[in-house]
Design a protein around this ligand. Structure first.
Ligand code: 9WN
Length: 446
């Protein structure tokens, strides 16, 4: 009989399991989100993965981000997918021959190699780079990590704040539902409705080879995603030349931009500069976020539809993520923490944060971003609760996160009411952020 003292603790078992997922999903230069469903490198996944990987190997976490940055376009954009040339085209749709970055994207500065998508994802990267640096500052300095990545990250933010300020109000806009990373959130239903979907015979979905149809976006959604991407490609992915049929100011996307501007300021200071310019930008962005997207009555941030005009009348988890902005007015931070704990978002049974309003007309506990609870957004909300001093609430969310991540086999997402795992298992950011929550009960963001 194993003596009690020799038995591995639940935390150690969880840590081992999470580490195993990241080791298995490492390709040699980067980590795939899932060996089956997503066999390439994804932009915001890599940032979350690096945040966890730093606890296993700071060096490998640096490489995760560096490999993503080698695919950056000359206009500053960091593409949302960097394709692994070893994978066949039919492993994932849309594949490199759909995006055609090295040819169609050349006018916007796409590299000759590797092949990438032409759209972007939320800018978590500078924040991740700063956290990775902090894991082993001596190794980071020895390798000149920050000095090398900082100019690239600054160019990425410049792209977002110039080419993507489509509303002219100082926030970055997303031009495809894949860009905010919450693909089929009911928040995008309204903006997508007028779009004519692409001909279903013109492409083949590969996601249904691995995922269940009931968990994934519908064919109608896919038709519209393909339509938008095709139209963007037709202008060479040039934001000045594209008449974007979908243009939205997303709260989560902009909140992460603010957190990442603050990280750039911290990097500048570490490298001997003042960081004042980035601090100022972060403050201006915070003011704009509040002015343009805060809904006092609902107690959360809304997405703004730049095409139809007006705030989108749906409550999505995106509207809670700005809690991680340290410069938020105290009253707003308090309201957000209350909304997280309130009837729209406190999932019975699991204590996790659903991706969409539990009582919303479009709530679906299984289908992707229309209700299921995701672990990256829980991690972001957890950071926000800590930053604004809601420690008991943060502790509770942390416990729920770790319990559900372990129980679900590091699922991509879970039914928020039961905790049943959905989507892919052994999902990289679920494992990575588990490692992070196990390592740090409380770590200040910049
Ligand atoms: C499209 C990789 C990505 C995540 C997104 C998530 C999902 C892709 C898809 O998977 O999107 O980019 O095929 O549905 O929505 O957040 O980055 O894990």
């Amino acid at each position: 009989m194993t003596a009690v003292l020799e038995r591995p603790s639940p935390a150690r078992t969880l840590r081992r399991g999470a580490a195993r997922v990241l080791l298995d999903n490492w390709t040699g230069t980067a980590t795939v989100p899932s060996r089956t469903l997503y066999p390439h490198q994804w932009s915001w996944d890599s940032a979350f993965i690096a945040i966890g990987l730093r606890h296993l190997s700071a060096r490998r976490a640096q490489r995760e981000l560096e490999s993503l940055l080698t695919a950056q376009w000359a206009d500053g954009r960091i593409p949302h997918i960097v394709f692994n040339p070893a994978q066949p085209y039919d492993a994932y749709f849309p594949s490199p021959d759909f995006w055609r970055s090295s040819t169609a994207g050349r006018p916007s500065g796409a590299p000759a190699a590797p092949e990438t998508s032409g759209i972007v994802q939320p800018p978590v990267h500078a924040l991740a780079a700063w956290l990775v640096h902090q894991a082993d500052p001596a190794e980071s300095d020895r390798r000149g990590f920050l000095a090398r990545v900082r100019p690239r990250l600054a160019a990425w933010h410049d792209y977002l704040l110039t080419r993507r300020d489509l509303g002219g109000g100082g926030l970055a806009a997303v031009v495809h539902p894949w860009e905010p990373g919450m693909d089929n959130s009911p928040c995008w239903d309204g903006p997508l409705r007028p779009l004519t979907p692409a001909d279903p015979d013109s492409y083949r979905r590969a996601d249904l080879d691995h995922g269940q149809a009931a968990d994934r976006p519908t064919d109608l959604d896919y038709g519209r995603y393909v339509r938008l991407a095709t139209d963007y490609r037709a202008t060479g992915y040039d934001d000045r030349a594209t008449d974007h049929a979908f243009a939205v100011e997303d709260p989560c996307f902009n909140a992460l931009l603010i957190a990442s501007e603050r990280a750039l300021a911290a990097m500048a200071r570490h490298l001997g500069g003042s960081g004042a310019e980035h601090e100022k930008r972060a403050q201006t962005l915070t003011d704009r976020l509040v002015e343009r997207l805060w809904d006092e009555e609902a107690g959360l941030f809304r997405a703004l539809d730049l095409v139809a005009g007006g705030l989108i009348e749906e409550r999505g988890v995106t509207g809670l993520v700005p809690l991680l902005v340290p410069g938020l007015p105290a009253g707003i931070a308090r309201r957000l923490a209350d909304t997280v704990a309130g009837p729209h978002f406190r999932a019975p049974g699991t204590g996790l944060v659903p991706s969409y309003d539990l009582s919303g007309h479009a709530f679906d506990p299984q289908r992707y971003w229309r209700g299921p609870a995701w672990f990256n957004t829980a991690w972001l909300v957890h950071q926000g609760l800590r930053i604004h001093g809601h420690h008991a609430q943060a502790d509770e969310l942390r416990r729920s996160f770790l319990a559900e991540a372990g129980r679900s086999g590091f699922a991509e997402y879970v039914d928020p009411t039961t905790g049943a795992g959905r989507g892919a298992r052994n999902f990289s950011w679920t494992a990575a952020l588990t490692l992070d929550l196990l390592a740090h009960e409380e770590e200040p963001l910049p």
